[in-house]
Design a protein around this ligand. Structure first.
Ligand SMILES: NC(=O)c1ccc[n+]([C@@H]2O[C@H](COP(=O)([O-])OP(=O)(O)OC[C@H]3O[C@@H](n4cnc5c(N)ncnc54)[C@H](OP(=O)(O)O)[C@@H]3O)[C@@H](O)[C@H]2O)c1
Length: 302
């Protein structure tokens, strides 16, 4: 592959995807920035044009087969049937909710984008890479693809799926000259947080309601420790640039600490800290842990 590559980024209308599209273009790559919000794509194209960057924009909803088909045809046209050198599967989101109470519809929505959408886009752009015996797929996962946080069970499970699918693709595509790389962001300042808490109202009346409100409050406070999207854009650019990429890039590097902590702590201690963090102790949940048969009998007439 030459040093300037044709790179398509999904979910480039905001956050990590938008920053990565611009950063990659500033590094000299031909970027195809895609997303659902056309007005955001227009703004991105204008910003890139002002800097004389090579950025094309295309509509792409990763959950729509028609949209994916149209994007593949448009990329073939833009690249004279060369196809992509690199696909950056970035589009994704997470919604907080008690894992036992979250609806099937909400679970499916997250899986449709984060897992099935990522796989559908990958399958669609892979044939030209495999035929050329060259290409790279960069999947934006999460440290939450290696550890589970309270109330993030569904989102985290989608990223565990992305990790496993990426591992398998890495084994299966190597012989065809296609590398598969995982990017594992920690906490990054984007719209991710506001999307994550967008459904909290729904659980207000549940036994987890008060704890979820406290978690929401905690995550807002933690926002000041969040890193800027450029940190992930740089990790993605490295995954695009280097000749032999690593299987995984954790960014920011400080995030390794939590992964190491999880690895060294006994599960009982890790679970205890997660219960504390999620306000999931009987005290925080105001739960009487005694079985009804152990409760003192109510006084007659009370
Ligand atoms: N921010 C973090 O702390 C963090 C941490 C770990 C991993 N990540 C991962 O990083 C990736 C980017 O997230 P972000 O932090 O940049 O959040 P963000 O600011 O909310 O951006 C998410 C992007 O994904 C797009 N998207 C969502 N559903 C889509 C679909 N069906 N088709 C096409 N695009 C779609 C959004 O477009 P719309 O505006 O149209 O919805 C938006 O452009 C995600 O995969 C996320 O899981 C983020």
């Amino acid at each position: 592959m030459s040093s300037s590559k044709i790179v398509l980024v999904t979910g480039a209308t905001a956050g990590i995807g938008r920053m990565s599209a611009l950063h990659l273009a500033r590094q000299g790559h031909h970027v195809i920035a895609t997303g659902r919000k056309l007005e955001e794509l227009t703004k991105l194209a204008a910003e890139a044009a002002a800097e004389h960057l090579r950025v094309d924009t295309l509509p792409l909803d990763v959950t729509s087969d028609d949209s994916i088909r149209a994007a593949v045809a448009a990329v073939d046209k833009l690249t004279a049937n060369h196809g992509l050198d690199v696909l950056v599967n970035n589009a994704g989101f997470g919604v907080l909710g008690p894992t036992s109470d979250i609806t099937d519809a909400e679970m499916r929505r997250q899986y449709e984008t984060n897992v099935f959408g990522l796989m559908a886009v990958t399958r669609a752009f892979l044939p030209r890479m495999r035929d050329r015996r060259a290409g790279r797929i960069v999947n934006v996962s999460s440290v939450g693809g290696r550890m589970t946080l309270p109330f993030f069970g569904v989102y985290n499970s989608t990223k565990y799926a992305v990790e496993s699918l990426s591992d398998a693709l890495r084994y299966e595509l190597r012989a065809f000259g296609v590398d598969v790389v995982l990017i594992e962001p920690g906490v990054i300042r984007t719209n991710f947080e506001s999307t994550a808490v967008s459904n909290l109202e729904q659980f207000k009346g549940s036994v987890y309601g008060p704890s979820m409100l406290k978690v929401d409050d905690l995550s807002k406070k933690l926002d000041r420790f969040a890193s800027e999207p450029i940190v992930i854009a740089r990790a993605i650019a490295k995954a695009v640039r280097v000749r032999r990429p690593a299987a995984r890039y954790v960014a920011p590097r400080s995030t390794y600490f939590i992964l190491v902590l999880q690895a060294v702590l006994p599960t009982s201690m890790w679970d205890w800290s997660m219960r504390k963090m999620g306000f999931l102790t009987p005290h925080a949940l105001q739960v009487d842990t005694r079985a009804p048969s152990q409760l003192p009998a109510a006084a007659p007439g009370s």
